[in-house]
Write a protein that binds this ligand. Structure first.
Ligand SMILES: Nc1nc2c(c(=O)[nH]1)N[C@H]1C(S)=C(S)[C@@H](COP(=O)(O)O)O[C@H]1N2
Ligand SMILES: [Mo]
Length: 553
């Protein structure tokens, strides 16, 4: 992707400034939350001295014997590290494609609590969500650069699946053995003990450590417990809350986290949590007997030799070549990554989504005050002339493998039927918006034009161009085209569809990502396969930007 003269200015723009801005009220809240326990620790220390530690009840006999980490634990611990790094880095690339985080349902500029861009959304000209995407260095993110969300997702989604399965194996084996006793506190006394240890750390003292082969100190145990049993599941659950196919089937689900955008914010804050944890974890390993700690986690023994430390550092450094290979694959084999991720999604879809119908509808009060526009407004004379005449002369051409090819005016379309829906639009970039749409179900058109036996795919062709030029188009298999939610919309929020949002006609397929919903529709063709259209991957964004072949996650 890098050396393509068309995409290079998109991926490597002149403005590569990185700015992080957190709203002052949130920043103060975060700082206060962090400072409060430290201040309390100092007060306690200055008034009452350092608290005593080592007050926990003795462990039952079995667990007091020193025991070593079994092989499966050492391996899953390492796999977890590798995937956390890949997920964090690809997550940053995804974040930068819509570099704003919100805590409410909508994505109104200015309502963001955090933004990773110096740009204020201009009020006097069109500013699309794609214009808003930011560059991030490939040293930080995978694949990095700007607007690489397509490829980043091919690491992030299958990667998240492997990371999660690795976690399931870890937890299952932990409870199948006695290993869980290391992480799961069995008495509330651990809280008081953890606080006492925190007072030591916060006042810059190292408390005496228990033997880690017998038990962790209480604070350590609680933080490991939180990472494994609270943070990791929350990351997975908030990740799922961003999927259009889930949000459009189960309205209650994103609400658990305060809505899709809050889920996205929490997902990011959890990443911050892992980074903070990782830094402290590694620091403590080095502060407290690194030789012994490394022998324990690398070889599962308790020796005094340096070998564990050396091999452990080697294994950690292996993340560098792994990231280099991932970077190389991203830029040199994006198509293969796209198809590999597509196969994983195909299995997931078969196992899950097809069992429930997409159905979520919103109320008028839920409509978003601001809806990010996307795509390039058409510049062809054909469309601008039609637009100047308010689309009175517009004729939608429907052809291909049909018995009854037709050309329909907007009035013809309106006479075929009208359906309305208020739904949430999910853009692959991360923003979402709720809007009302009215139009004719595609099903009505299918009845009219009578597709032939070998028509398997519907192609929607736009007057507009893709990001790198060439006709914008997208395709749908026949079963999705016939789904009742699939709409050709001429109305948005009870007004004729505005030019910026796709006039005269656009597609709505609510359970999919936004790039499937072609705006400024010129023609519709029925074909036997998407392979013969464009570059053959199912749509302009799938062709040029390696967006998901299965657009539902
Ligand atoms: N013709 C055309 N249609 C398009 C696009 C485009 O670039 N060109 N972008 C798609 C993407 S990525 C999204 S998210 C939605 C955005 O719709 P909106 O402008 O109504 O928000 O339109 C889709 N339809
Ligand atoms: Mo999008």
């Amino acid at each position: 992707m890098t050396n393509d003269p068309k995409s290079n200015p998109v991926h490597y723009p002149p403005d590569r400034r990185l700015r992080v801005r957190i709203r002052t009220s949130y920043l103060c809240m975060i700082l206060a939350l962090a400072a409060l326990p430290v201040a309390m620790a100092w007060v306690q220390y200055l008034v009452a001295g350092l608290p005593e530690i080592g007050n926990l009840p003795k462990l039952p006999d079995e667990a007091t014997r020193a025991h070593h980490f079994p092989g499966w634990l050492r391996l899953t611990h390492y796999v977890n590290f590798i995937f956390l790094v890949l997920l964090a880095r690809s997550g940053l690339s995804i974040l930068m494609d819509h570099p704003r985080l919100y805590f409410d349902v909508h994505c109104t500029p200015g309502s963001d609590w955090a933004k990773f861009t110096p740009i204020e959304v201009p009020a006097d000209r069109v500013w699309t969500a794609k214009d808003d995407a930011r560059y991030i260095s490939p040293w930080l993110a995978l694949p990095g650069y700007r607007h690489t969300v397509g490829v980043a997702r091919h690491w992030h989604l299958p990667g998240a699946l492997i990371w999660f399965l690795n976690g399931v194996i870890f937890v299952t084996l932990m409870f199948g053995t006695t290993e869980w006793k290391r992480l799961v506190p069995t008495s509330w006394a651990v809280v008081a003990e953890a606080w006492a240890i925190f007072v030591h750390y916060a006042t810059l003292r190292l408390p005496p450590e228990p033997d880690p082969l017998i038990r962790y100190n209480a604070l350590q145990q609680l933080s490991y417990f939180t990472v494994v049993f609270v943070m990791a599941p929350l990351s997975a659950l908030t990740g799922l809350a961003m999927s259009p196919s889930i949000d459009n089937r189960f309205r209650w689900y994103p609400r658990l986290f305060g809505g899709r955008q809050s889920a996205r914010s929490l997902h990011f804050l959890l990443l911050v949590g892992y980074v903070a944890f990782l830094m402290m974890h590694v620091t403590m390993v080095f502060v407290n007997d690194p030789v012994r700690n490394f022998n324990g986690i690398v070889f599962g023994n308790d020796s005094e030799r340096l070998l564990g430390l050396i091999c452990g550092l080697g294994a950690i450094s292996a993340i560098v070549p792994i990231c280099m290979v991932a970077h190389w694959l991203s830029w040199n084999r994006p198509r293969q990554l796209q198809y590999a991720a597509g196969s994983v999604h195909a299995v997931l879809r078969w196992l899950t989504f097809r069992l429930w119908k997409p159905c979520v509808r919103y109320a008028e009060d839920d409509i978003s005050p601001f809806f990010w526009p996307n795509g390039k407004i058409p510049v062809s004379e054909e469309w601008t002339t039609l637009a100047a005449g308010n689309f009175a002369d517009y004729r939608l051409k429907i052809g291909g493998l049909v018995d009854n090819p037709v050309e329909l005016s907007l009035d013809d379309l309106k006479s075929l039927g009208r359906q309305e829906q208020i739904t949430m639009h999910h853009c692959i970039q991360g923003w979402s918006g709720i809007a009302h749409w009215a139009g004719v179900p595609l099903e009505r058109l299918v009845e009219l034009v009578k597709p032939q036996q070998d028509a398997k795919v519907v192609v929607f062709r736009s007057f507009g161009e893709g990001l790198y030029g060439g006709e914008y188009y997208d395709t749908q298999p026949m079963d999705i085209a016939l789904q009742s939610e699939t709409l050709l919309a001429w109305e948005m929020n009870f007004q004729p569809l505005p030019q910026l949002y796709g006039a005269p006609l656009r597609l709505r397929v609510e359970s999919q990502l936004g790039y499937k919903m072609v705006k400024w529709i010129r023609a519709i063709d029925f074909v036997d396969s998407e392979k013969s259209i464009g570059k053959g991957h199912g749509g302009k964004n799938e062709d040029d930007e390696y967006f998901d072949l299965i657009p539902e996650i």
